[in-house]
Every structure is written in C-alpha cells, then in structure tokens.
Design a protein around this ligand. Structure first.
Ligand code: HEC
Length: 138
C-alpha cells in the first residue's frame, strides 16, 4: 500500500524536524540550508518531501515545468502566501513565515531544480536567469 510508505515518510520527517531543531539556532548556514530547515519546520516537507508533492503528484516543486510556471520568485511568494483553495495547499501568513524566512524557503526550492533535472532524465536544460542554480548539491 502506497499510503503506508507515505505515512512512514511523514513519520520520519517529523523525527527529522526534531533532530534539526538544535542546528536551527546556528546562524552561519547558507540561505539554502536555512531554507531547507525552515521547509521542514514549517511543515512543507510533510507534503513536499524533497520538493515532491504527495497530494498532487503533478505539482512538484522542481523540474523544468515547475521552473517554467514559476519564473519569478514573486509568483512563488503568491502561491505560498495565498495557498491554493480546495487542494490541500495551505496559505502561510506572515505570522507563520516572515518575509525573510519565505525568501530562504524559496532559495531552497529553487536549489532543487538543477538536481531534479538529472533524476527525471529530462533533456530540457533551460536555465532561466531567475533560477540561478547553486554551485553545491544538497
Ligand atoms: C498539507 C499539505 C501541504 C503543505 C503542508 C504544503 N503544501 Fe504546498 N502544495 C500542496 C498541494 C496539494 C499543492 C498543489 C496545489 C494545486 O493543485 O495547485 C501544493 C502546491 C505548492 C506549490 C505550487 C506547486 C506547483 O507546481 O504549482 C508550491 C510552490 C508549494 N506548494 C510550496 C509549499 C511550501 C513552501 C510549503 C510550506 C511553507 C507548503 N507548500 C506546504 C500541499 C501542501
């Protein structure tokens, strides 16, 4: 049953959240690393582990089609702040995520795309300026 593996993933992510907590106070991480931790802390990873989408598998947070639909970070801010009605994607207010936290989460989301191009084996290798792929792998 697929649902069990999803539950197992969710459970291990919860454990991860707790184990990351102490490191969260450290301030010298890169924006991407901080974004990754926030992504877990803000529960995004529960539905989007590694940028996947457990509820709506076509709406992953990485890859060329995602990059095409969200060319600007402002578009990402909009979908995360407003959520998507009746889909399970919640809205995240400024009380839940400050603007700077959201920026770091977006840096993390953007960092997923270059790696995902390999795993999907997609021949598309457009690299829009807005993507600015990070040099290091996570
Ligand atoms: C309870 C599950 C859930 C949580 C928690 C969640 N999301 Fe989502 N998210 C979804 C679903 C479902 C969609 C697909 C919405 C749709 O059908 O357009 C989505 C869509 C998105 C999209 C647009 C993807 C696309 O391809 O159009 C982004 C970006 C996104 N989520 C980011 C986040 C971030 C960042 C967080 C945490 C701050 C988060 N989500 C938390 C379920 C979730």
């Amino acid at each position: 049953m697929k649902i069990w593996s999803h539950l197992a993933i969710l459970a291990s992510l919860c454990l991860l959240c707790f184990s990351f907590e102490p490191a969260f106070a450290v301030d010298n991480d890169s924006a991407i690393e901080r974004g990754k931790k926030l992504f877990e802390k803000a529960t995004c990873a529960g539905c989007h582990p590694s940028g996947e989408n457990l509820l709506h598998p076509n709406k992953v947070l990485k890859g060329p089609s995602f990059a095409n639909r969200y060319k600007n970070d402002a578009d990402l801010v909009k979908v995360i702040r407003n959520g998507v009605a009746n889909t399970g994607m919640p809205a995240f207010s400024k009380e839940q995520l400050s603007d700077s936290e959201l920026k770091e989460i977006i840096a993390y989301i953007r960092s997923l795309t270059p790696a995902s191009l390999h795993s999907t084996g997609s021949p598309v290798h457009k690299s829009p300026k807005s993507l600015s792929p990070p040099k290091r792998r996570l």
